[in-house]
Write a protein that binds this ligand. Structure first.
Ligand SMILES: Nc1nc2c(ncn2[C@@H]2O[C@H](COP(=O)(O)OP(=O)(O)O)[C@@H](O)[C@H]2O)c(=O)[nH]1
Ligand SMILES: Nc1ncnc2c1ncn2[C@@H]1O[C@H](COP(=O)(O)OP(=O)(O)O)[C@@H](O)[C@H]1O
Length: 413
């Protein structure tokens, strides 16, 4: 990838942003006659430009916190602005933003935002974006929120209906409430009597779910026993953001999709001691009609076959005696003899970036130059954003970020 920023006094890839009122580093308006036609920029709008290869990405947001950031791409081969398909949840409530190109993504720093919402990545040419571009046949960009620190690997649990997945997961969550969080899936099936929307599932209309699948909301989805089920990117990320380890209860097709995704996870398959016992558990549970029970039993053999023979699963757990199976599950998760149920590692460092800052890239480092003005002095801080061990990315969060203060200076004003 080449970075084309050839204006005089402008170092390639070093400083590709400006904010209305500051000296512009690179004027989009200069690209060609009138390339901003159609952007309708008004006062109070913040825009940045970043050039990647022969394309210019413009991010536009309002500095009054009312608008999210929108993206347009100027493609010189077409000589026109392209409005890309924007995947992922985009950042909201911006009070201005600055950008810098980092490899195949544009790092966006939101001004005046909370520490957990100030770093975002607009992926413009990552593997995921390239795949989606091919699939959708349009220009694609994808948002991914940046997160300081890392999260523990999620746990994917699969197995036939009635084997005891839900029971084992509930036991784990009850014993270790601060350690584990459940990924609440979306489904088009009807809720059971005791099931709560948003807790057990997000019960969703089929047409709505199909539309959301098209919009890239799901990490994986599958048709199971005649209904649609899917794990949204958000379902996994909210658990990780809360510092908990995410548990996914999904079928074998879903497990296969997760295995192929960028989400690193531990895969566990739960097996029944026999088909007779599985049928007994399903019938005794009393949540399905006879027709649904028969359908689930028919699907069970194929699921067990795939669970055992595919290379998806790291562990197979036979759920015969419940207490013993639960102990074995804890053992394979390394939880035996765990006394304090608080695994949280030290809280990641948080930094409140002041409104007045600029961002630049120096070699492989992101440098943030912050200026804070007090009544009688002005402080300047140089902060390095460590991006050397990024993990994840769209679809999902970009993790592994860290801040280091590398210099500060107070000046009397
Ligand atoms: N692929 C996929 N499967 C899911 C998801 N949520 C649940 N499932 C699976 O769908 C199947 C049916 O789930 P459910 O209707 O709750 O019935 P149960 O397994 O008998 O409790 C189970 O195998 C679940 O693991 C999801 O988000 N994605
Ligand atoms: N090891 C076990 N022995 C006997 N019954 C079990 C065992 N594990 C779960 N059950 C029961 O089997 C039924 C199905 O379990 P559930 O957790 O709902 O399965 P799944 O989530 O895999 O569909 C429930 O009534 C549950 O109480």
């Amino acid at each position: 990838m080449t970075i084309v920023c050839e204006r005089s006094g402008f170092k390639p890839g070093l400083y590709t942003n400006f904010y209305m009122g500051e000296a512009p580093a690179f004027l989009v308006d200069d690209l060609q006659d009138g390339p901003l036609n159609g952007l309708e920029l008004t006062n109070g709008t913040c825009k940045t430009t970043t050039t990647v290869g022969d394309k210019t990405y413009v991010t536009v947001g309002a500095d009054d916190g009312t608008l999210s950031i929108d993206v347009q791409i100027f493609d010189p081969s077409l000589g026109e602005w392209v409005y890309p398909t924007v995947l992922g949840t985009k950042p909201l409530s911006c009070k201005g933003h600055s950008t810098v190109l980092f490899e195949n993504r544009i790092l966006v720093l939101k001004k005046g935002s909370k520490p957990d919402d100030q770093i975002w990545f607009l992926e413009v040419d990552t593997e995921y974006v390239r795949q989606q571009r091919k699939k959708l046949g349009t220009e694609v960009v994808a948002w991914s929120k940046g997160v300081i620190g890392n999260a523990e690997k999620p746990i994917v649990i699969s197995g036939p209906s009635g084997v005891g997945k839900g029971t084992l997961i509930s036991m784990l969550m009850k014993e270790f409430p601060s350690m584990f969080g459940f990924s609440v899936s979306h489904t088009t099936r009807a809720p059971r009597d005791m099931e709560k929307n948003g807790v057990h599932y997000h019960f969703t209309e089929k047409s709505v779910m199909e539309k959301e699948i098209k919009n890239g909301k799901f990490l994986e989805f599958a048709s199971v026993h005649g209904n649609l089920y899917g794990t949204s990117v958000e379902a996994v990320e909210v658990v990780a953001d809360a510092g908990k380890r995410c548990i996914l209860d999904i079928d074998v097709q879903g497990a296969r999709s997760v295995k192929a995704s960028s989400l690193e996870a531990i895969f566990i398959f739960i097996c029944p001691p026999s088909m007779e016992e599985l049928e007994k558990r399903l019938r005794d549970r009393g949540t399905e009609t006879e027709e649904q029970i028969l359908k689930r039993l028919r699907n069970a053999s194929a699921e067990i076959e795939q669970g055992k023979s595919s290379n998806i699963f790291d562990f197979t757990l036979y759920n015969d005696n419940l207490e013993e199976s639960y102990e074995r599950l804890k053992k394979l998760l390394g939880l035996n003899g765990f006394v304090t149920a608080s695994p949280k590692s030290a809280a990641p460092r948080e930094i409140n970036l002041p409104m007045d800052h600029s961002v630049s890239k120096l070699d492989d480092k992101i440098i943030i130059n912050c200026i804070s003005s007090g009544p009688d002095k002005e402080s300047k801080n140089l902060i390095m954003l460590d991006v050397s061990s990024l993990k994840g990315g769209a679809p999902g969060r970009t993790r592994g970020l860290d801040f280091h203060v590398i210099g500060s200076m107070d000046q009397l004003s």
